[in-house]
Ligand binder design. Structure first.
Ligand SMILES: *Cc1c(COP(=O)(O)O)cnc(C)c1O
Length: 363
């Protein structure tokens, strides 16, 4: 397949890299990016790694007007012995194609995308930070680039992967957060786009997040869009509760984003023979379990933080504090195990990690 040879053009000027202790989330970007184009005539073509650079786009491009776009988020981790690992990257590209399906964006070759990602990381391998807790955050995304104001699927797209070295999410150990239960605004409804990672879901969540911040909360807990009764997600994370020895998480119901961290945690819990179930969870049930002394832990899960323990829920004028505001034992164990597997410190019985081969010839 000559069409899928990934051309590499190296930058002439390497940027100054931030020091590990200066790293913030998503502010600095590496020297290169992966890009490929789509047109109805040629399909996906010209996969290439090029110097990181601005895009020149026609202002009529469809992405600017109707938001036909999808994205992913994953990380590359540097091990103590200097290998570079990716965590279940095939799952991210499979999910990107699922998001594509929902947003009428053409399917791409997932194997080619993974190859492109590996090539990008090889070229920018010096950007994968070394200190504990740091990683290279990877952002694949697709935008509709046909200049046309009609509301229909674009005939042209760009698939791009950029990468950003990020600092430790928890600088002083993992810290429980305060969450506001949102019962006016909703994130998604069944039949909508909640199961796709598409930009509009995030711009429409900003308003509720702003209100939560005013209440001194770091995130919003989203309820279902129909009855405002069932728990869906926390911010842009999936959510778990440990109630009376059993771990429960809302079942994927057509409006919840199917997190890869979520799936991994369910697999880990089953492996440990800890009871876990996916089912509908009423917010009222969570408050009742707390009143009965049975709500042991609650935590959000996602690539950025891996595990984010919840210390407090605010729901209108009701408020509950969990586990004295401290990180629960299970939350901590899940965090240590998953981050351990990702960093190559803990054995990976599931074959989740994929090593990036750093070919010396490239750099
Ligand atoms: C990305 C995302 C998640 C977490 O998915 P991971 O694959 O675990 O990173 C959960 N909820 C929403 C809304 C998301 O966008």
């Amino acid at each position: 397949m000559t069409n899928s040879t990934i051309e590499v053009t190296l930058t002439e000027e390497r940027k100054q890299k931030p020091q590990d202790h200066e790293l913030q989330f998503g502010k600095a970007f590496t020297d290169h990016m992966f890009i490929m184009d789509y047109s109805t005539e040629k399909g996906w073509h010209d996969p290439r790694v090029v110097p990181y650079q601005p895009l020149t786009l026609d202002p009529a491009c469809m992405v600017f007007h109707y938001g036909q776009t999808v994205f992913e988020g994953l990380k590359a981790y540097r091990t103590e012995d200097n290998r570079i690992l990716l965590f279940r990257p095939g799952k991210n590209f499979a999910r990107l194609n699922q998001s594509n399906d929902r947003m009428c964006i053409p399917q791409f070759d997932e194997g080619l995308a993974l190859e492109g990602l590996k090539k990008l990381i090889e070229v920018d391998k010096e950007w994968v930070p070394k200190s504990a807790g740091t990683s290279l955050y990877i952002r694949p995304f697709i935008i509709a680039t046909e200049p046309f104001l009609g509301v229909n699927p674009s005939g042209r797209y760009k698939f791009i992967i950029i990468a950003s070295p990020v600092g430790a999410y928890y600088k002083e150990g993992i810290n429980p957060v305060k969450i506001a239960v949102e019962d006016e605004y909703v994130r998604a409804v069944k039949g909508g786009t909640g199961t796709a990672k598409t930009g509009g879901n995030y711009s429409s969540s900003l308003k509720a997040q702003e209100i939560a911040h005013k209440l001194g909360c770091s995130q919003v807990l989203w309820l279902d869009g129909v009855e405002r009764k069932y728990v869906e997600e926390v911010g842009a994370m999936n959510v778990f509760f440990k109630i009376n020895g059993e771990v429960v998480t809302p079942i994927l119901n057509g409006s919840i984003l199917p997190g890869i961290t979520r799936a991994s945690i369910i697999e880990l819990l089953k492996h440990w023979e800890i009871p876990v179930s996916e089912r509908r969870v009423e917010m009222e049930e969570v408050f009742k379990a707390h009143a009965d002394g049975k709500l042991e832990e609650a935590f959000g899960t996602g690539t950025a933080a891996v595990i984010s323990p919840i210390g407090e829920f605010v729901w209108g004028d009701r408020k509950i504090v969990l586990n004295e505001g401290k990180t629960g034992e299970l939350s901590q164990k899940l965090y240590d195990t998953l981050t351990g597997i990702q960093n190559g410190i803990v054995e990976d019985p599931f074959d989740w990690v994929v090593e990036v081969e750093a070919h010396n010839t490239l750099v």
